[in-house]
Each structure stands twice: as C-alpha cells, then as structure tokens.
Write a new protein. Structure first.
Lengths: 162, 162, 162, 162, 162, 162
C-alpha cells in the first residue's frame, strides 16, 4: 500500500535532532518514510549532496522503514514517481508557517493529488534551525545539544577547512 | 490496522464546506476518518449536539469510510479508546496556528502516543469560520457559498426562532 | 461620483484618536467618508448607539465631507444601499490583520462589488484599542492621550455610574 | 536600591510551572521580585484572590527575595507605589506578543517611568496557559506536568464542587 | 483630479495573475492606476527592466486607465512627481504585512502627504509570489495557473538560456 | 555588582535613533550597558567595524554608564567574559520576535546562565531598521528622522563613494 508511505523532503544541511524527532513521529503514523534530500537548494549548502546523504543515513541507521534518497526537480514530481501521496513538513514557528503554507499551496496547484501534512516537533527542538547551528558552530560553539555527535565532528572539520 | 484511522475532533456548529474539504483530504491519506463532535464546548453552541451530529452525518453521507460520533472529555482519551493514534486539525491562519499549536502540545503532554497532524484546507475555504458564518446568517446574509444547502436552511430556521 | 465615497464601519465604543487619525487619512484619498456605527455588536457596548453616534459627530464636527450614521445588518448591504463601493478599515497589528482579512474575504463572498481597503494609523496610535482604553479608565487611569477630552469625561461619568 | 526590584503582575489562576520558571529567571537578574496578583480580572477567576495568593505563596516558599501581594487598579500605579520601575512579563507565543505589546505601550503612556521587560520561559513551558490547564483538568486530565502537586489537588477539589 | 490616480509600485519580475487581480481591484476604486516598475531592485532580477515593462504592458493591454512606467529612486518622490497621493500594495500574508508595514511607515516619514493603502488579492492568488513561480519554473513546473500564457513562454525561454 | 550590567549586542550598521532609545531604557534598569558591536556579521556591512564603533561612541558620548566594545565569536562567550548575565534585545515587530526567540533559545542552550531580556523601543521607532534606512539613503532620501545628523552625513559620504 503505497499511500501509507510519506516523503520528507529538505536540504538537511546538516541533519539535526529536530529532523530526527520528526522522522520518528512520522514513523508512528505511516508505514514508511522516505527522506528526500534536495540536490540543489537556493543558497550554497555547507555539505555536499553526498555528505548530506551519508549523514542522514548514519543518523537513521537504527530506524527501520526509513529510506534516504537524493532528489532533483520538483517535490511533487518526485512524490508521484515514488507513487506516494503525502509530503511531510515540520512546523516550528510562525515564520515557518508562512513559507510552508505558500509552498504547500503551490505544490497543490502543481499536483492536486499530493497532500502536505504538518507535524509538530518536540518543544525541545521547536527553535532548532540548521542555519543557526552552522552559525553557532562557525563561532566555536558546542552544538552537541542540537545534532548527533558525529555530525558535530563533521561540522567542526568542515568549518575548520573553510 | 487501527493506526490508519484518524480522528477529526471539533464542535462543528455547524459543519461548513471547509470541514468537508478537510475530511476529503484526510480520506486520501488515511483508511478512515472518525469525525468526533464535542458534546461540551466552551461557549454555548447554536445547535444541540444531536443537531450537530445529524448535520454532519447528512453532509458526509456519500463519503465511505467516515464515521460520525459524539465525544465527551479529553480528546486524547477518546482517541485512545478508539485505538487510534492520529488527531487531524485544519490550519487556516495564524491565529489558528497559535491556538492549535498550544492545544496539540498540551495533548501531547497528556498522552505521548497521540500525534496531531495538520492539513491545509483549500484556499477557497482558508478564511471560513463557523462563527463568522453564524454572524453573517444572523444579519440576513446568504451563506450558500460556505455551507451545504440543508445547513443554510437549518441556520435560517434556528436564527428565526431565536 | 459615488464611488469616491468610502464607508468606515465599526462600533466606536467610544471613538479614539486612532479612529480620528484614520478618518483624516481617508479624507485625503476619498471625496467623502461615511462613518457607519454598528447598532448591534457582539459584546454589549459600554455606550448606547445614540451616545456613540453623538460622540463621533462631536469629534468629527470640524471635518467637512464626513457623515456619521447608524447601521444595522450586513456591512455589504449597507454599502450597497449607500451606492458606495469601498469599505475602509484600519490595520494596527497582526491580530487585527487576521480578523480583518477573514472579515474582508467573507464580505467579498457576500458581495463581490464591495472592496475593502486597509489604511495604517499613525504609529502613535498603532496600539490603541477601545477595549484597553475602557479597561484603563475603569481602573482610574487618565486617558487624555487616547481620546478627545469630552470623551474622557463621558467615560468617567459612565464608569462611575456602573 | 528599589530599582533593582521588579514587579510580576498577573492573575495566576492558578500558578503554573511556567510562572515559577519566569520568577526564577527574574531572580537571576533582579535583587527581588514582587508577584502582584490582580484582584479583579476580566473574566471571573476559578480561584478567589485569597486562594490565588495562598497558592503562589506556597509555590514560592523556598525562593528568597520573592514577595507575593494582591493589587487593585492600574499596574503602573501599583509599581509606582512600590517605588519600583520594572514590570516583568513572560513572552510565550505570538498571540501573547500582540497583547503584551499593546498593554506595555498603554502602560508606558500612562506612566513613562515604568519600563516593561520581557523574559522567555523555558521551551518546556512555552505553550502552558492557565486557561488550557483548567479546561484539561475540568475534563479529567492529569495536569501534574503543568502545575505543582498541591495546585493539582486544589484544581480537582475546586472543579468537583462546581 | 490627480488624487484619484493611484501608483502601484513593484519589481514585477515577472507579472503574475495576483498582480493583475490587484490592478483590477484598484481600477474599481480609482480613476486610474500607474504601474511603476522599479529599475533597481535589491536582488538581481531575472528579467531586464525593459522586459518587465513589456510584459506588464502586454498583460494590461485590455485594461483602460492603466499606465505602465519605469521608476528609479524613492517611491515617494516618484508619487509626488506624478502628482499622485496614493500608493497601492497587495497584502497577502503575515510576512508581507510586516515588511509592508515597515515600508509604508518609512515612506510616510519621508513624505507625509503620500498615503499607502492595502488591497487584498483574490484568495486564489493569496499565496502567489514571483519568487516561488520562478523557482518552480526553473525546476520544470508548468506555471500556467499563476501567470498569463505569454509570460510562461518567456519564463521558459529565459530559464533555458541560463 | 556585575550582574547589574547588561550587554546589548548587534551590528549597528549604522546606529539609529531606535538603538539609542533602547540604550536609554536599559540604563533606567541596569547600572550600566555595554554595547557590543559584532565584528563579523552575516552579510557584508556598509560600515567597517571601526566606523561602527566610532559612530556608536559619538552617539552615546553624553550617556554615562555606557561602554562601547567590539566583539567576535559567540555572544554568550562574550557575556561570560564580561562577567555579565543579561543580554538586551529590542523587540520591534513580529518578524523580529521569531528570529529573536530562536536566537535567545539557542543562546540559552549554549549557556544556561545567560538570560536574554526584551525591551520595547518607543512606538516612534517601532518600524526603524538599519537596512531600510540604508536603502532609503541610497535612493537619495533624507534620513534625519531616523539617525543622528552626523550619521546621516556619514551615510551620504559612504554611499556616494560606492
């Protein structure tokens, strides 16, 4: 039953505890979740597509029913090719809501059969953003409360080399 | 598989095209939807519980896989008794978001196993609210764009008698 | 040319400097402004309809091209009867925006020919609300920064008698 | 040095872990905090003034430098009488922000010498509201995650008797 | 009567059905509308000024009382030179509101005689943004629901050449 | 007593009347305020660090108990080195709130001992932003309502040379 699979698209640059919390919540509802990592994102990513894929795979290793894949082009086209119908997005704060609402309505116009559903992350991660974590790490902060240990190491290596 | 059933709680005083749009979207994702109509709501409802149940049943008559039931007490207790795990809510606008966010987090604290997911109604119903419809109808407005014809008639009868 | 007249509906319980600022702005755009004072408003008003009319008339006495009238029923019906096309509303803050947006879209559905436009009050009045002023006056505050002197006197008399 | 004392006004109907979290944060900044419990609040409170005072006193018993007092009338007048200058408010969510912003600006107009500052509660309490807790308790929910044990007991007794 | 003319400034990169909907609404209120296309915009536009002018002219060809012009420098200076007094802006969503509010207040400080009014686009275009349309088109989406056919063709040509 | 000192961090590119209003408010609460000017900010600043320091020093010359310093790295580390505990931020509008909330929660995770408090600027500066002022000045606007005269001159010189 393909309908019971959900697609969770994003740039995941890098994966945070907030993303992982959301994937677990989605797994409690759907038979499986495909994490779809965008090849091209608006701004230049810190990590390459292959690094972002690798980190997500490592972070979700212990979760059954999770697949990690790259994608290119429109989310709705990807969802259709996967014969899925549901896109999952996290809803953290108001500014999120605005952007997400606009995206979801645009996606709906592009393909009426794809439905976007919103999940709320744990309140402990309600304020997490990959951007803030990268900024904090670049300034020397310990970010072990925000990302898995191996991601923190990767962040440090990456930012040192820059 | 009970997990694939979702509960859509509310006061539905009365049912609007916005509610029906949301139920259809939920049916495209879940195996079934139980519309749970709250017996007691904060403010005094215009329609009795039995009237609200009757109107929702009539409005969803043609939809398979929809059950309409009254409920009393906590939403999370009802969901657990139904052996369901998912609560559905519509997300129309910012003010919605605030209240819904607060409710969903409170429900999560009350029962960690119940997950709330948010769906977006069609942009044509993004501004609909039962309250505004009742106000408009009370002032003599035609509300046929907002509610099914039989609900419009019931609204008129009810408001005339007041 | 009736189109150049605008209707400014509200409860004005009582009129504030924020309302008067908005009327002046509207007069700089339109040939005339009709202030339409709602007979019935959701919550019980502090001042009677006739008191609210009287205070608004006194406050706008020096402004040419302003008419003050009571109205009952739907705003859009009133606007149509006046052969006007434009409804004016002030936009103070976010919460305003939500409610106003919902109202304006509902009104548009009720009559497509009526257009709502939004004006911004002076930043000095961006936070004024009749409700807060009444609450403050009831607790003994001087409200001379918020309402004309004669309105402040009327507020005091009214609240003393309660 | 009176200036280093801050006033934390509210209805506290009843006190929650969110309020207590805020008081602790304020104590890390100010020499002392006076919790000022409003005698009259807009809507009828569930607990009497004396019950609300008693519960707050019990909940803050172990905190030095906290005083609990009733107040009546305008917050700014109370602050002035106390020879304090700072009002503390918690900022949980957007809707809060709107209302708080409006209140703080009105208070500033009423007395320019009183400054309102905003603190952020722990993210664990970011969604707590006395209203939601009362609603949940009335429907039979355990609210031990939200309020101290003795407050939970008082809520149950109060709601049973209703 | 110059006052009855309104100026609708923007980058229009490219014109969307949302913009055209707003122009029609403005025409129902004002004697004429001048669409003022900004020469320099913050980020580099996809289309040149002359292309943006050409597309807007073609899209508004059938509308009498619409003029399309380029402008450079401050909006308020342009409005004054045109002997107009009213600036029109669309208000789609919250994030809009913030930015627009800030802009309008800044413009008011720069020239007190220029008034900004806000109109609401049709709910069918409430989520449209030139940016999202360009992103979607760049990823291969059909955007015929969002822009006139000739604009869709121009978007495809432009994005192919990039 | 170091605790009574507060740190006001920012890019101040350039200092505006809004910033100065906030510093004065903070001085009414705290024994002293250290304005900490960020060396590196996300986007390239218009003014160099040394220019931003100089302008802030000149603008706060008459205020006792204000220190102006550059800082690099994490705000929380700087605050700790200064043996201070309080970070001050201005809260102008909703979009501010979102970002500020996220920042403050991230900072709290990085160092639990640092508390962020929010102050409201005067309503006359509620809409001011360094970005909008730079944009307006670049287009030839007089910005004397927004910044001190010597800053206006510096803005003109800087923008002429570009």
């Amino acid at each position: 039953m393909n309908d019971a699979y959900a697609v969770y698209p994003g740039s995941f640059d890098p994966v945070t505890y907030g993303h992982l919390d959301l994937i677990k919540r989605a797994l409690s509802i759907f038979d499986g979740v495909t994490v779809a990592i965008a090849k091209n994102i608006g701004k230049k990513p810190l990590f390459t597509l292959s690094e972002r894929l690798g980190m997500m795979q490592q972070a979700t290793r212990s979760m059954k029913r999770v697949k990690v894949e790259p994608f290119d082009g429109l989310v709705v086209d990807y969802v259709r090719r996967k014969k899925a119908k549901v896109v999952i997005r996290g809803l953290r704060m108001i500014s999120d809501f605005e952007y997400e609402f606009q995206m979801a309505l645009t996606n709906r116009k592009l393909d009426r059969r794809v439905e976007t559903i919103f999940l709320m992350p744990s309140e402990n991660y309600a304020y997490l953003s990959s951007r803030l974590i990268k900024e904090a790490a670049a300034l020397g902060a310990r970010v072990s409360d925000f990302v898995p240990p191996f991601v923190e190491r990767r962040l440090k290596e990456k930012l040192r080399r820059k």
